[in-house]
Design a protein around this ligand. Structure first.
Ligand SMILES: O=C(O)C(O)[C@@H](O)[C@H](O)[C@H](O)CO
Ligand SMILES: [Mg+2]
Length: 403
């Protein structure tokens, strides 16, 4: 099982993806997702310069040892670039191990804990009516859970609310970051009206989620959590920037709205106080940013001690490789909650042939050995990398803000 080759494929079938392929002497190969939205080439440089040369000749079956070699061995620990690089290697090695065992990855992890994986879809509208139409459309598609976001009167553009009718994802779409203008007051006054309208129209059965995208202070988040309690959300996501885990003490004291955190986290240490104090309800770190299966399963186990469940990040800036591995993980992990689902474009799906299936609001895991996602390298070569930036956000007076 010696590694004989390891290389990256950078491709932009609608948006940029960085994909790692690790090949062994026997010809068995594994695929990992190394995409870090808006910072793609930083991970490429990290892997090509510092990681891939050191993999050649190593035994691909020693996943745990290689993880620690890349984490402890580097001396410089954690951080999104390092952890995205380690994640890609880890996902590719688990893919190889499962293929060598002739098993779908979920079997290697411990087998099925459930038959299917509940997902949530994004429903966004320029206004409340537009959003209600999207909720209706997604319920008809079979979704049991929807993330609800709407434009706010007086705010021109909000990241997370589709700019164009029918757009289903949030592209990083400018050479340089676009500048948005934000008003916390207008937002806080509007969101409870949105949820009142959704419950009024669709009743109590559908799960409702909302992403604040780190834009509030703790006391503002507490106010929002309280204000939406009558609409019993499945979760309120990233209500404050979470570098200061202690912020959640205050939020938790004020509201019973469940809280989800962690799409920008990359280590178990980012979660420790949040979990040990029972300040959150869902962990969000995707396999491609949190050190792969080897590390994220440790976070999930720690979370399980505190009744906290998984709700992995799953936007289109994570490639089908990450999503495919997540469907295996979600099928196995005992404390599963929900999986985010933003459908990839047909171009992306064609570059990454996969065997997970979407049906009736759920993902169904595939049975092929490994994580079930491959890359069509000649098709990928048709879509060269294009620099793309995520936006920045300013308050109405020009102060740079969280977005
Ligand atoms: O799906 C979510 O919950 C998100 O917040 C994403 O849309 C992120 O903004 C994006 O992944 C940044 O790259
Ligand atoms: Mg989010």
């Amino acid at each position: 099982m010696k590694i004989s080759d390891a290389y990256l494929i950078v491709s932009s079938p609608g948006r940029n993806f960085v994909t790692l392929k690790i090949v062994t002497e026997s010809g068995t190969y594994g695929i990992g997702d190394a995409t870090l939205n808006g910072r793609e080439m930083a991970v490429v440089a990290y892997l090509e310069e510092h990681v891939l040369p050191a993999l050649i000749g190593r035994d691909a079956s020693r996943i745990e040892d290689i993880w620690h070699y890349l984490y402890r061995g580097a001396y410089w620990r954690r951080g999104p670039v390092t952890m995205a690089a380690i994640s890609a290697v880890d996902l590719a090695l688990w893919d190889i191990k499962a293929k060598a065992a002739d098993m779908p990855l979920y079997q290697l992890l411990g087998g099925k804990s459930r038959e299917r994986v509940m997902t949530y879809a994004h429903c966004t509208g320029r206004d409340i009516e537009g959003c209600l139409a999207e909720v209706e459309r997604h319920i008809a598609l079979g979704y049991r859970a929807v993330r609800v976001q709407a434009g706010v009167p007086g705010i021109a553009t909000i990241y997370g609310v589709a700019k164009r009718e029918g757009e289903r994802y949030e592209p990083a779409d400018a050479e340089l970051p676009a500048e948005h203008v934000w008003s916390t007051e207008k937002y806080l006054n509007h969101v409870p009206k949105l949820f009142a309208a959704v419950r009024e129209r669709f009743g109590d059965d559908i799960h409702l989620l909302h992403d604040v995208h780190h834009r509030l202070t703790p006391i503002e988040a507490a106010r929002l959590g309280k204000a939406v309690e009558p609409y019993h959300l499945f979760w309120l996501e990233d209500c404050v920037p979470a570098e200061n885990q202690e912020s959640f003490r205050l939020i938790r004291q004020h509201t019973t709205t469940p809280l989800a955190v962690g799409e920008v986290f990359n280590s178990i240490h980012d979660y420790r106080e949040l979990l040990e104090n029972q300040w959150i309800d869902y962990i969000r770190t995707p396999l491609s940013h949190g050190g792969g299966i080897t590390h994220v399963r440790r976070i999930a186990d720690l979370a399980g001690l505190y009744h906290v469940r998984t709700g992995f990040h799953g936007p289109t800036d994570l490639s089908p490789v990450c999503l495919g591995a997540a469907v295996h993980f979600d099928t196995w992990v005992p404390n599963f909650g929900i999986q985010e689902h933003m459908p990839h474009t047909p171009e992306t799906d064609a570059v990454f042939p996969h065997d997970y299936r979407f049906e009736d609001g759920h993902f169904l895991v595939g049975e092929s050995p490994g994580h079930g996602v491959d890359i069509d390298e000649s098709r990928a070569a048709q879509y060269p990398y294009k620099r793309a930036s995520l936006p920045v956000n300013r308050l109405e007076d020009g102060t740079l803000w969280h977005w």
